[in-house]
Design a protein around this ligand. Structure first.
Ligand code: ADP
Ligand code: MG
Length: 442
């Protein structure tokens, strides 16, 4: 059992990457694996929700891949288990686990317009999605939404679906990830079930295909999608497509499919502003019943550049931590809990650190750069290090001078001027200095 679970963990880690794995999957324990059922123990509800939202069904799928069986996954919350009893009962499980299913991916019930916060970066895409949900097939067809990962494409596309289900329950909708679509095409061809495939995809009112960039390179899938598209389009059925880039940048997709994508409306979602990030955090916190102080919201928004999924992940992590230790979320706790997630910007940049980085890049020794030695190959790195020390630290000119073998403040000023002048006329030198500066900052 442990062996199967370890294999499964390795597979999941491969799928989601090490840091996500460590954050969200590592603390899941296995309780039992039977013929058709596995019971897993999860620290608390927030982990489950996060996994469910971000990688729906991943645990079940991975277990199935490893065992080649159809295993249903049941989660048990750790809190409700007395761990001692668990250890004693390991051989002889008696506990009736609470049933929380590993939900298959379909329209996330929480991905609605109500829960979508609007800001300048997404208002156009949002407005288009609204219109489409009100009159599917009539106005913008297809609707093509694109934007970077974690900016809300799946949410918005699902919201269209959820809205239509709510207001026009007799319309039939398919929402499909493009990988799944590809699998279905392949299976249909292999088992000569193409007519069933066609019956499924051509007798619907709304087709929503998520992350369409994944069908680039897949000739058969593109071919099938092209025909499905045409059939639906001619019948004025709504098509909604999402992608991480605009049609013209999806490299290996056929031109005729590209031109289909541009027939309707193309709407992009841009990275969120700080205000929007904060607003989304407050919204999520309200929905989850999490008390989120303002300063923490701003802290998270300033640390996570754009990916809203990561922003949400942090919030949930904080909530989980706060539940575990039984005290409310505050700024200090947030910094502590998320220290592995963020680069530590609060750590002041020191002259020593700058010298170290400069030495690495120029291939000289720390000892030399700090010493009085005046050789030619040391001049440039030393001047650059002085320049960056002035730019990136609060140290005074004379302190900086001292750190470089007891030079005076005039030498530091001279060094800075030299570096600035050279950066101005020598682009590649400028780039080296700027890259170094970034490297030290982040
Ligand atoms: P994408 O499909 O673009 O990678 P998702 O739609 O999966 O991104 O969004 C990632 C997470 O961020 C989801 O949990 C979603 O609810 C949330 N999210 C993104 N944009 C917004 C928004 N404007 N308002 C509320 N939540 C958002
Ligand atoms: Mg998505």
């Amino acid at each position: 059992m442990e062996k199967i679970w370890n294999k499964c963990c390795q597979l999941i880690e491969k799928k989601v990457g090490e840091s996500t794995y460590n954050l969200w999957f590592k603390s899941i324990k296995v309780y039992s694996i039977e013929e058709d059922k596995a019971v897993l123990i999860i620290p608390n509800r927030f982990y489950l929700e996060w996994i469910d939202n971000n990688y729906p069904g991943i645990i079940g799928k991975s277990l199935n891949e490893i065992t080649q069986r159809d295993i249903q996954v049941i989660f048990e919350l750790e809190k409700e288990l007395n761990l001692k009893q668990l250890n004693n009962n390991m051989q002889n499980p008696k506990i009736q686990p609470q049933k929380v299913m590993d939900r298959p991916s379909f329209l996330g019930p929480r991905y609605t317009f109500d829960q979508f916060v609007i800001g300048p970066s997404n208002q156009f895409a949002h407005a288009a999605a609204r219109v489409v949900s009100e009159s599917p097939g009539k106005v913008y067809n297809p609707l093509f939404i694109y934007g970077d990962v974690g900016l809300g494409k799946t949410h918005l596309v699902s919201a269209i679906g959820n809205r239509i289900i709510e207001t026009k329950p007799n319309l039939s909708i398919i929402f499909v990830q493009s990988e799944q679509f590809t699998n279905e095409v392949v299976t249909a061809i292999r088992h000569e079930k193409m007519s069933e495939f066609k019956a499924k995809y051509r007798n619907i009112d709304v087709l929503m295909i998520d992350d369409v960039q994944f069908i680039a390179n897949k000739t058969q899938t593109q071919e099938e999608f092209f025909h499905t598209f045409n059939a639906l389009y001619e019948m004025q059925k709504q098509i909604v497509i999402s992608s991480d880039r605009p049609p013209k940048e999806i490299g290996t997709i056929t031109d005729r499919l590209k031109s289909r994508f541009t027939m309707g409306l193309i709407a992009d979602i841009q990275p969120p502003s700080e205000e929007l990030k904060v607003a989304i955090l407050h919204k999520k916190a309200a929905i989850e019943n999490i008390k989120l102080p303002d300063d923490v919201a701003f802290y998270l928004a300033s640390r996570i550049r754009s990916n809203i999924r990561e922003l949400e992940g942090c919030l949930i992590k904080l909530a989980a931590h706060s539940t575990l230790i039984g005290s409310p979320i505050n700024l200090d706790m947030s910094k502590q809990v998320l220290k592995d997630v963020f680069y530590d910007d609060d750590k002041p940049i020191t002259i020593d650190f700058i010298q170290k980085k400069v030495c690495e890049v120029f291939g000289v020794k720390m000892l030399d750069i700090k010493a009085k030695k005046r050789t030619k190959e040391l001049t440039v790195p030393r001047q650059v290090a002085m320049f960056l020390s002035k730019r990136l630290t609060d140290c005074s000119l004379s302190d900086i001078g001292k750190a470089f073998g007891g030079k005076d403040h005039a030498t530091v000023i001279y060094a800075c001027k030299k570096v600035e002048a050279r950066a101005e006329e020598d682009e590649s030198f400028n780039r080296i200095v700027e890259q170094l500066s970034d490297k030290i900052k982040y």
